[in-house]
Ligand binder design. Structure first.
Ligand code: SF4
Length: 258
């Protein structure tokens, strides 16, 4: 328990550092400009307009790794995948899979809780056209590495799109882990298990570009999350679940000690 509290404190400290970051001039300019040019529907909203920190369960076994904040979604609300179409889709599926206590995410303070999962992104600032540059992704990679180090129960990384897939592979390289050769190709349902780090699963990104066109359905994303659950439940387990909400991720088995 003491370890868990220390980790929560360390994650909170890291998140404060992320929120204060201004390393990428182009992204700083963009995230702040978007906040001045609000969408008509959000005229009365105060935009967050800062880097968006990770969100979820510090004991997570599953990490969902996205691309970057949406300009009028999490760049507005300040929480991962909150306030736009991608989030509406994602949290509905996370709820169906038992990773969230509610199917909706409207704003910070809406009661949303994740259990067994943590959500983060390869870049923490909203990029123009949803495209961070390689240099910006490199700048942000250190935050991902430090976040993952503070989530020691991780068993699976679900990469939401190719940029996230590549960010996980870059994390492996930067962590001194063996680089898979040939480089595994991203695809929905693709899996990479190298035995010395979280298993990598690929999923199409839940952007409206994919969900409105039928490229990604709830059923398809749920299948990836069920697969992630299967891998995460395979890990050795110790101790009973802390509460009934958590029990859904233990599959009736005992939970790893924090
Ligand atoms: S993208 Fe990452 S490194 Fe760049 S300014 Fe935002 S938080 Fe900092």
């Amino acid at each position: 328990m003491e370890f868990l509290e220390n980790r929560k404190t360390a994650l909170a400290r890291l998140n404060r550092e992320i929120v204060a970051c201004r390393l990428c001039p182009r992204l700083v300019e963009h995230r702040e400009r978007v906040a001045l040019n609000k969408r008509a529907a959000y005229q009365s909203c105060e935009y967050w307009a800062k880097p968006v920190p990770g969100f979820g369960d510090p004991s997570a076994r599953v990490l969902l790794l996205g691309l970057a904040p949406g300009a009028h979604g999490s760049n507005r609300t300040g929480r991962m995948f909150t306030g736009d179409g991608s989030g509406i889709f994602l949290y509905r599926v996370l709820h169906r899979a038992g990773y969230s206590n509610q199917p909706t995410a409207a704003r910070v303070g809406d009661g949303l809780r994740l259990s067994g999962a943590y959500i983060t992104a390869a870049a923490r600032c909203a990029p123009p056209d949803n495209k961070p540059t390689p240099a910006e992704l490199k700048n942000c990679a250190d935050f991902l590495a430090r976040e993952m180090a503070l989530l020691p129960n991780l068993r699976v990384v679900v990469a939401l799109g190719k940029v996230a897939w590549d960010a996980y592979l870059a994390w492996r390289k930067n962590s001194g882990k063996a680089a898979p050769s040939p480089k595994p190709a991203f695809g929905h349902g693709a899996e990479v298990d190298l035995g010395d780090g979280p298993i990598l699963l690929g999923s199409y990104h839940p952007s409206q570009q994919n969900t409105f066109t039928g490229k990604l359905t709830e059923k398809q994303m749920l299948a990836v999350l069920r697969r992630a659950q299967k891998f995460s439940n395979r890990a050795p387990a110790l101790g009973p679940p802390a509460d009934p909400f958590r029990r859904r991720h233990g599959g009736g088995a005992r939970r790893q000690k924090d």
